[in-house]
Write a protein that binds this ligand. Structure first.
Ligand code: DGJ
Length: 714
């Protein structure tokens, strides 16, 4: 397929809009009579002539198909509104004075802007009967097929406020086809990013988070195909949302209609968000992608987009870290952490992270959150002696925090009980013995920034693990009923504001996004952090499934993975150390075991594998990921290939051997067919053979695994 620079065009005469990305086109038109923007095309490249033809033929077809009881636009709208003859769910629903919600719009103007590498189109609409402006934004990139969309609304009234009940970032329309199979990520705590596939029925399919965080239970992403796409072939439409709070994805279709997916912040009924006279509100971005070559190519495009356009430092290599949580739990002190740090450094770790338990009066999860002073019973000289020693050992130092939380048993809560979300006269629900701080309050957000800024200014810290261990409940601010409807949104922008300000002031500090594992994994938080903690579940077998789902959207470079002890605290499973390593080496390797309990042989093995990981990490963290099969099915593998195709690393796993069978050959992908590759062990084989016949790993027994490296010979 040809690759070309991105371009946006809008023909004011015909109302035809065409977005070109290197390998795709996206087209729509603004209806002549009603100014309703109608989607016409998303797929491989088409011409401006094609887009004009589609506009005329779609308008004719929709008019001809007109029938009573059905919307003339029937799910083809670029952005459905409340009212008129639009009977589906609305992407924009605003309540005006007098309880009127119906909006009819008129295109006021369009604007095209270009910056090096990207172009933007904005369509400015005005409500015909109210004082409201709505801008639909589209952005395309020269180096990606991902299309970014977002919406801005402005209340143009000088006197009257309006209530925004729904303001989605985009409506994504996928073509009419016999089947609409939706692939999505479901889960729960310790079982995040589980891949699911389901056919969309006529009606609605909703995924959402009502928890104030992105959630473990659903991840803001979907992919729709016609039921035939595979890892290597087929047309796949997918989209995500750059947002870290509650959200909703609603796929709607009725008989004979395309699927239209509304995607935006705020769960159903979260608000309303009052828009004061003159106020402007901008949604987060929703990004969409068409991929002509199956789920594998879809993931490559998402990964590359994330590394280039979302992650702050996408090009950097992440260090091998040690984290104290599974080794010591809350039982942390200077001597114990120093002992672990020495062992971690000896293994080859590059970053030592002190997890929960170092602050306030924290000895378990019942006390201390909010008191971000160092517990001097545990660290008599503060953190400095430990940090200095960690640095002397050649490692960076990282610290765990949970800034959005407070335990009722804390100095902070005793001083400021009103800083938590609560409803007047009601006992708030505590989960994990903690309450959520109201970061929608500017004074609370400022206080959080001040505490963390002081911590980072007083200590030489290179890494912060930002945790968030419970969902919202009792989400009220009784003193400010006027702000009630916007808490869910303002909390997230409050968190973003604090992290952004910290990053500006402490540019040398990297952040890990964690929320009781993978409760806050999304492109919104990715834009201001450096890696994710995808799950508290470190059982290597479960982790393979979690990583498999995760990899569909999120790049390996962001996926923190620890080797921990057996039996795993989840499932109580015992699997060999090498298998544990090979699973963790598929992402950003970390160690989370109690190194004091590791035998000399285990320590030696770990040292060897960490050294090996460092040799392949540029391939793993920055190469192209190919999923070769699925976890749990005989032998399967993950393969990584550098951009120049000169190096590849393949991690092969066999979870269970049956009938004494040896694994079937595993066909590799993405190599230079005519290239000659030297494999671990010395064999030299062509890329063609490796991709068409495959490698036959010698694996015996359960939880067997191996790493195979390939190097292109000159
Ligand atoms: C949940 C995190 O996911 C864990 O890794 C650990 O940091 C605990 N919180 C600490 O309370």
């Amino acid at each position: 397929m040809r690759a070309r620079p991105a371009a946006v065009t809008y023909d004011a005469g015909t109302g035809v809009l065409l977005l070109d990305t290197p390998r795709t086109s996206y087209a729509a038109y603004v209806g002549r009579a009603d100014d309703i923007p109608i989607h016409t095309y998303w797929g491989p490249p088409i011409t401006a002539e094609d887009a004009a033809h589609l506009a005329t033929s779609t308008a004719e077809r929709l008019a001809a198909e007109w029938e009573c009881f059905r919307s003339p636009a029937n799910r083809h709208e670029e952005y459905p509104l409340d009212g008129g003859l639009q009977f589906g769910r609305a992407a924009l629903s605003v309540e005006f004075p007098g309880s009127v919600r119906a909006v009819e719009w008129r295109l006021a103007r369009h604007e095209i802007t270009a910056e090096p590498g990207r172009q933007e189109l904005t369509l400015w609409f005005e409500a015909r009967h109210q004082e409201l402006t709505v801008a639909l934004h589209y952005r395309v990139h020269d180096d990606s097929d991902v299309i970014d969309r977002w919406v801005v609304v402005r209340n143009d009234s000088a006197t009257e406020a309006v209530d925004v009940h729904r303001l989605d970032s985009a409506a994504w329309v996928t073509p009419e086809q016999p089947r609409h199979r939706m692939t999505h990520l479901t889960g729960r705590w310790a079982a995040e990013t589980q891949l699911r596939r389901t056919d969309l029925a006529d009606g609605h399919f909703v995924l959402e988070s009502r928890r104030g965080i992105t959630s473990h239970h659903a991840n803001p992403w979907f992919a729709i195909d016609d039921g035939t796409a595979t890892e290597e072939s087929g047309r796949v439409y997918s989209a995500t949302l750059h947002w870290s709070g509650s959200w909703r994805l609603l796929a709607q279709r009725e008989l004979d209609e395309p699927a239209q997916v509304l995607f935006g912040w705020g769960h159903e009924g979260f608000g309303p968000r009052r828009l004061e006279p003159g106020e402007v509100l901008q949604t987060p971005v929703s990004s969409g992608l068409f991929s002509a070559d199956g789920f594998g190519a879809m993931s490559h495009a998402w990964h590359e987009y994330a590394l280039r356009h979302v992650l702050p430092n996408g090009g950097e290599q992440r260090p091998v870290l040690f984290n104290s949580w599974e080794a010591t739990g809350f039982d942390v002190d200077e001597a114990g952490q120093l002992a672990l740090a020495r062992k971690a450094a000896d293994l080859g770790c590059e970053l030592f992270v002190l997890d929960d338990g170092w602050f306030g009066r924290r000895s378990d999860d019942r006390a201390g959150l909010g008191d971000w002073w160092v517990n001097t019973d545990r660290f008599p000289g503060g953190l400095k002696p430990l940090i200095d020693e960690v640095h002397a050992l050649g490692m960076g130092f990282g610290l765990w925090i949970e800034p959005e939380m407070v335990n009722p048993d804390s100095d902070l809560y005793r001083a400021h009980p009103e800083w938590t979300y609560h409803h007047a006269g009601r006992e708030p629900h505590t989960m994990r013995h903690q309450l959520v701080l109201n970061l929608a309050r500017p004074d609370v957000a400022e206080w959080v920034f001040g505490e963390l800024d002081a911590l980072l200014s007083a200590n030489d810290i290179q890494f912060v693990k930002w945790d968030m261990n419970r969902p919202f409940a009792d989400t009220g601010w009784p003193e400010r009923p006027d702000r009630q409807g916007r808490l869910w949104l303002d909390h997230v922008t409050g968190v973003y504001g604090v992290i952004d300000a910290l990053r500006r002031k402490h540019p040398g500090v990297a952040f890990e996004a964690c929320s009781g594992g993978g409760g806050r994994v999304d492109f919104g938080i990715m834009a201001r952090t450096d890696q994710f903690w995808p799950s508290d579940n470190t059982d290597a077998l479960d982790r393979r499934y979690i990583q498999h789902g995760f990899s569909h959207l999120y790049p390996v470079r962001t996926m923190s993975c620890w080797v921990t002890d057996v039996p795993a605290f989840i499932n109580k499973r015992r699997v060999p150390l090498t298998y544990r390593f090979h699973v963790a080496m598929a992402g950003v390797l970390g160690i989370g075991g109690d190194l004091n309990a590791w035998t000399a042989e285990e320590t030696e093995e770990a040292r060897r594998l960490i050294a090996q990981y460092k040799e392949i990490r540029h391939i793993v963290q920055h190469g192209r990921l190919h999923r070769l099969g699925e976890p749990g099915r005989s032998a399967s593998a993950v393969q990584y290939v550098t951009a120049d195709l000169s190096e590849s690393a393949v991690l092969v796993y066999q979870e269970a051997q049956q009938y004494d069978s040896a694994p079937a050959p595993i066909r590799l992908r993405g190599l230079a067919p005519e290239g000659r590759y030297r494999l671990t062990g010395g064999a030299v084989l062509s890329g063609a053979l490796l991709m068409n016949h495959g490698i036959t790993p010698r694996l015996t027994g359960d939880y067997a695994s191996t790493l195979i490296r390939l190097e292109l010979l000159a």
